[in-house]
Design a protein around this ligand. Structure first.
Ligand SMILES: [Zn+2]
Length: 353
């Protein structure tokens, strides 16, 4: 097969609130997604120069070239800056793979979904991941996991360039684990190497806990350029006081690794309490709908319905009356279309097209 499947539509189960709970000790080897099923997601399309992992385009890169790039970035930026950059790169890969698994296997057992990250990390050639154990419960905010990484590509490249050192060096792999698990868990789960081939150990040993469980995750978060989300409720404005008992369960936290993402999150929180119309733009797949849903949840209209409308599905000659029915009816025809969207469904809306 040379053609990848088209981008998967958001499965309702993949976008619904996800409160996973699981334990690797109760997980069957045959639970989907299995290593074989994940390998079947890999497509080579040599005639048009593309490689796909499901619907995501991938690259084959020589590990020596990765090592050379890594070395040049270390020389130019220094160890700390380079570590942050590669941690964030790994985070982006892990977060994308988490989304892939949720969309492709929306009904899968939660522990199998989390284990899929170890299979994908292995399949992509960064390291052979061996889970020791992992257990998690999003309801109580508990995550604990321990893994072994065998023959890490990044450790091999680092040692060949710099020799054995005092600090762990698998920055990209660490970022991947953080991105994958945090993307599923809905809270920042921090992984640390307590042993590393770059420090002379036979394999890397990795421990994962939530930032709250670690208690001293400031440095880890700095590599991600992420501040821990405030747990304080959003302050009420005089126009929109928060009434006791009217606030529903807190909206799912947005977790991102880039400065731009965090800036957008901050802007979202500021504008959510105002009646302003908000336009969210960006490339396909960057999370516009997730931001829109968060905006609705934070707004005083969170008790009203959230209506998603696909503009691309509305004929050109009807779009004004659909979106701005009042003006269209007043200006053009008295018997215009009945209000099917805004009037009938007050609340925060999102449109796409
Ligand atoms: Zn390592």
């Amino acid at each position: 097969m040379t053609n990848p499947p088209s981008a998967l539509p958001d499965h309702p189960a993949a976008t619904a609130p996800y409160q996973p709970r699981g334990d690797s000790r109760q997980l069957s080897d045959s639970s989907s997604p299995t290593p074989a099923e994940l390998t079947d997601c890999l497509f080579f399309s040599p005639e048009d120069g593309r490689i796909w992992l499901n619907d995501q385009r991938m690259l084959l890169l020589h590990s020596s070239a990765f090592g050379a790039l890594r070395g040049e970035i270390i020389e130019r930026l220094g160890l700390e800056q380079a570590r942050g950059l590669f941690t964030r790169t790994g985070y982006a890969c892990g977060a994308r793979d988490a989304r892939l698994i949720r969309e492709r296997w929306p009904q899968a057992d939660a522990a199998a979904v989390f284990r899929a990250g170890t299979h994908l990390h292995t399949l992509e050639g960064m390291t052979k991941v061996e889970p020791v154990h992992f257990k998690f419960d999003a309801d109580s905010g508990f995550y604990e996991g321990e893994f072994l990484w065998h023959h890490s590509c990044e450790a091999d490249e680092h040692v060949s360039a710099y020799g054995v050192g005092q600090d762990p060096v698998c920055w990209t792999e660490t970022g991947y684990a953080i991105g994958f698990v945090s993307g599923l868990f809905g809270q920042m789960v921090i992984f640390r190497e307590v042993e590393c081939r770059g420090m002379g150990h036979a394999s890397c040993r990795v421990i994962g806990k939530t930032a709250e469980q670690w208690g001293d995750a400031e440095q880890d978060l700095r590599y991600l350029e992420v501040s821990q989300p405030s747990t304080r409720p959003v302050a009420a404005t005089p126009d929109a006081p928060l009434r006791e008992g009217t606030r529903q369960s807190p909206p799912p936290r947005l977790i991102g690794a880039s400065a731009a993402f965090n800036a957008a999150t901050q802007a979202l929180q500021r504008v959510a309490l105002t009646p302003a119309t908000v336009l969210i733009s960006g490339e396909s797949g960057v999370g516009k709908e997730m931001f829109a849903r968060q905006l609705h949840q934070l707004s005083p209209r969170r008790d009203q319905p959230f209506v998603a409308l696909n503009c691309a599905a509305i004929p050109d000659n009807l779009i004004e009356s659909e979106l701005f029915w009042c003006r269209a009816r007043r200006l053009h025809r008295r018997d215009a279309l009945a209000p099917r969207t805004f009037r009938a469904r007050p609340g925060r809306h999102t449109v796409s097209g």
